[in-house]
Ligand binder design. Structure first.
Ligand code: ZN
Length: 56
């Protein structure tokens, strides 16, 4: 599956989609990158994928 990961600098909260303005939060997805698991967010409205810098 091919998708673009959009880096976002979080300013206070991350609830509104910077792409389409959807206001009700995001779906989560996880992606392994080497030893890291990145925690990514998908907008339920426009389906863009966002990275706010969280990983585990
Ligand atoms: Zn959106």
């Amino acid at each position: 599956m091919d998708y673009e990961i959009n880096k976002v600098t979080m300013d206070g909260e991350f609830k509104i989609c910077p792409q389409c303005g959807y206001k009700d939060g995001f779906h989560s997805m996880f992606k392994k990158e080497g030893d890291e698991t990145k925690w990514l967010f998908i907008c339920p409205s426009c389906h863009k994928v966002f990275d706010i810098g969280l990983s585990a």
